[in-house]
Design a protein around this ligand. Structure first.
Ligand SMILES: *Cc1c(COP(=O)(O)O)cnc(C)c1O
Length: 448
């Protein structure tokens, strides 16, 4: 049965982030249904969704509460134009997001995917400076950052794999060093490493603030950049410097928001509030596309005037504020309110860290790191020098293939094997997931 769906798929579909030629040897897996952390294919095999289906699924597949909320909404209203019209799910969602978000945020602008939320933040930031009488066409972004793949979002990302070819089409941001603790000098603490990166940010802002609208960053974990993690001291410094130089701070919590790092939002761990908080991915528990940009009232007020003044922010998406997606997001917030999700994440994070501990000594592992319920294992050719494996060898892919043969969906980022499971995973399933990954890593790194 799998084979037949695969044949029909390859005849008509082109998949994201994939060299389709790979599927001449790598099976494409048609999924028939999901339940909790498990996905089931058409041949009756199952896979533990260790990557939460690209980081979107928080409470498991077919989560009954989220499903029921969507079904209830489906019987009332599937969608309505969101200009001139409104609806209860969006209103309640905005009220509730603002109530739990870092202090100082007062309005919610909705869109329908993560990249669009980033586009909204970039445009709105530029526009706000324009309304204040300044033209600031540039942005500051971190090295190794990822903010999505539409042209604006791609511009402020630094992953060559996605960016290089399109360079002639992109905005030209200023990239500053990442506070990434993996890049710490020998003996240097994660905090000192973060502060060293912040010192370069300070210099950059001092020289260029007049032309810079905003600094954009992924708080605490650069996810697509290989689950690289950094000390919250950088966020505190970034906030202070942005205030000092009148530059907006855009916190892209599209991947890390909604509990992933152990707090509801990663910014909380530095006790800062951004000027733009971008949310998506987990916002609907992985059920439907939706994104939100939270901003302070002062930002909103800059745009608020009679129509003839032409200050309005004229940005829209057809599916802005889709009621089904908003209902799913409200259900996600219900689950955070009704169950001790954050303490569960703390517990699961510790189980995960404990299970991964033996890999710290592995000759081809340079680093094992964890923040909340994200953990990553950095595979290298040489543990001492941290010399990476040549990318063409695709060691991570070998781990992926091993995983599939043993009921695991582990989809490494290059040579970084990572774990970002739904919050409903059990301790036993974590042990199982890591056991498979360990054998996979053993095999993938065994050959010279
Ligand atoms: C996934 C991601 C995006 C882009 O979201 P899409 O919905 O895939 O467009 C932006 N920023 C970060 C940090 C992400 O992880």
């Amino acid at each position: 049965m799998n084979a037949e769906w695969m044949r029909r798929d390859l005849a008509v579909l082109w998949h994201p982030c994939t060299q389709m030629h790979d599927h001449e040897t790598l099976p494409l897996i048609p999924i028939a249904r999901g339940a909790g952390v498990w996905l089931y294919d058409h041949d009756g095999r199952r896979y533990l969704d260790a990557v939460s289906s690209w980081w979107v699924n928080l409470f498991g597949h077919q989560n009954p509460h989220i499903k029921a909320a969507i079904q209830t909404q489906l019987d009332r209203l599937e969608h309505v134009i969101f200009a001139g019209f409104s609806h209860e799910p969006a209103i309640r969602l905005a009220e509730r997001l603002l109530a739990v978000a870092p202090p100082g945020l007062g309005k919610v602008f909705l869109a329908d995917n993560g990249s669009s939320a980033v586009e909204v933040a970039l445009k709105m930031s530029f526009h706000a400076h324009h309304l204040a009488g300044q033209t600031r066409p540039r942005f500051v972004a971190l090295q190794n950052s990822y903010h999505g793949e539409t042209l604006g979002a791609l511009s402020v990302g630094d992953l060559g794999l996605y960016r290089e070819l399109y360079e002639p089409l992109l905005l030209q941001p200023l990239f500053v060093p990442s506070p990434d603790a993996y890049e710490a000098a020998p003996g240097e603490s994660a905090e000192a490493c973060a502060l060293r990166a912040a010192a370069v940010l300070a210099e950059t802002l001092e020289q260029h603030a007049h032309e810079i609208s905003a600094l954009i960053l992924e708080p605490l974990v650069q996810c697509a950049g290989g689950m690289r993690m950094y000390h919250p001291a950088y966020l505190r410094e970034a906030r202070r410097l942005c205030d000092q130089y009148g530059v907006h701070l855009i916190a892209d919590e599209i991947a890390v928001g909604f509990g992933r790092t152990g707090t509801l939002f990663a910014c909380e761990q530095a006790q800062i509030s951004p000027d733009f908080l971008c949310l998506s991915k987990g916002i609907t528990g992985g059920f439907l596309p939706l994104s939100a940009v939270l901003i302070p009232n002062a930002m909103y007020d800059l745009f608020y005037d009679r129509y003839e003044t032409r200050k309005a922010f004229l940005h829209s998406h057809s599916y802005t504020g889709n009621p089904l997606a908003c209902a799913a997001a409200n259900a996600v917030l219900d689950l955070f309110e009704a169950t001790p999700v954050l303490s569960r994440i703390q517990h699961l994070g510790q189980t995960l860290e404990h299970a991964l501990a033996p890999l710290r000594e592995h000759p081809h592992v340079a680093d094992v790191r964890r923040t909340g319920l994200i953990a990553a294992v950095e595979l290298v050719q040489n543990r001492q020098t941290r010399q990476p494996f040549p990318w063409q060898e695709r060691r991570g892919l070998l781990v992926y293939q091993h995983g599939l043969q043993h009921e695991m969906l582990l989809r490494p980022l290059g040579n970084v094997v990572y774990f970002m499971p739904p919050y409903v995973i059990t301790d036993a399933e974590i042990e199982q997931m890591v056991a498979v990954a360990r054998v996979g890593i053993e095999r993938a790194t065994a050959s010279p």
